[in-house]
Design a protein around this ligand. Sequence first.
Ligand code: NPG
Length: 370
Amino acid sequence: MHIERIEIRYTQMELVSSFETSMGVELTEDHIHVRVDGDGLTGWGECVVEEFPLYSSETVQTAWSVLNDCLIPAVLGKRIERVDEAIALWSKFRGHRMAKAGLEQALWDVLAKAKGISLAKMLGGVRDRVPVGVSVGLQASPDALVRKVAAHLAEGYGRIKIKIAPGRDLELVKALRRSFPEILLQVDANSAYELSHAPIFKAMDEYELLLIEQPLSYEDIYDHSKLQKELKTPICLDESIHSVADARAGVELKSCRIINIKPGRVGGFSESIAIHDFCAAQRIPVWHGGMLESGIGRAGNVALASLPNFTLPGDISASRRYYKQDIVEPEFVLGPDSTMAVPTGPGIGVEVIPDRLERVTVRKKEYRAG
Ligand code: NPG
């Protein structure tokens, strides 16, 4: 395929309700949407960067500049038949995984469309529905959290993840377990704790959590191995895993028993599949994380989550849980038994609605092969 045209858009979408984590409060989601055109076909991708470097060191500005200066010039005008050819063209550029993942997704999409197959099929997916859950931000009080969780359970979500932060942790777990003794429940600390906080996590062992996500520092693997040794509850690493090499370190050091995969965090679907396959061979379950994506990124997440070792429910909720109106049709909806249907049409399998995308665009730039 001849890569004839690429377009990037800085988009800003208003969340239906604010999302508070140990990193701060989000009211809008700032991402970069990528469009690739070749041989009369269009592919779409989403860079899950944010306005500020709070979750990752990347931001909308860094991804924009790396796409503009490095990644787009590497592939524009080239003939590309397989995604690994594109990766080879930009692999000399270090880091900037979210920027790479957004462009990579658009290439996977357009190449799957050229083959007339779904993205899920192209990635190696095996399921037509994937198990999903909902991630609940920090609330004003334990009672407010219980009410929020009750509402999500009533909507049909079968797995609840809550955010915790120092001083707002064990009491939340206790309150939820009092009201909902049986639900699938997990907590996410987003790196907010230190080893000296181990007693808090030990106390959580009583409450049958599925996992404790990223309790310690965002690049740490070693201290997590010390903490995991003291706990019955599995630790799941998120922020610390950027590559299959990190996954190997985490598993071999016994720093975690579960891994969260987000294509943006690890540089795209190709690295995600490598991590998935490594974890499958080591009998380490994986699950799909979320970065409050629009329908474009969500379509990619659902497709990837259809691979066989994504056995735990993902942070993949219905479009309406995030946005009043998604930028794709059909929007993503929650199905029976807390599952979501994997699109079956060519590529990402959803249509981007041009005027909705335009409405959320802050800035755009287009590149044409010379
Ligand atoms: O449902 O997409 C979703 C949100 C899932 O909690 C979620 N994401 O740390 O995993 C995370 C968290 C996050 C959200 C991180 C936004 C960074 C930005």
